[in-house]
Design a protein. Sequence first.
Length: 167
Amino acid sequence: PRRYWLAAICLAALAILNIVVAGQPWGVVYGLGLWTAKGASALGADLSASSFWGTAANSERVAQSLLTDVTSLTNLGIVGGAFLVAAWRSGLSKDLPDLPARAWVATVIAGFLLGYSSRLAFGCNVGAFFSGISTGSLHGWAWFAAAFGGAFYGIKLRPWLGLEARS
């Protein structure tokens, strides 16, 4: 349908705009890790022992404002845009789905696994897949194969977790 083409064109335009403005491929996950590192640092954690956050470049980014980090600004734009669309489409007035406890536990565990694995894979579907493939990196194709397999088995687990398709 036409709306899928429009969405694809918008995503491509945003990805190109991100490269032009930020000087780097579109990514999301680094910003989320940065927010966590800043929170841990504010609570007194010593990040200098971390092989990742202890580097000079990352230590400097932890010390700076989130508003100076391109990935954080992108994330804020995504969250803000999602909020505006949800408000526009009356999605904020809907109740949470009535799911069994097993489904809620699986959702939380899956969220943690997705967050951790996206950090290992240099990003989620945006950073690892779209940006990986568009910059000619093999890791984008490896991510695609793993995501395809994971989606296949995830769909098989849905009935057992009480996550049947909604009618």
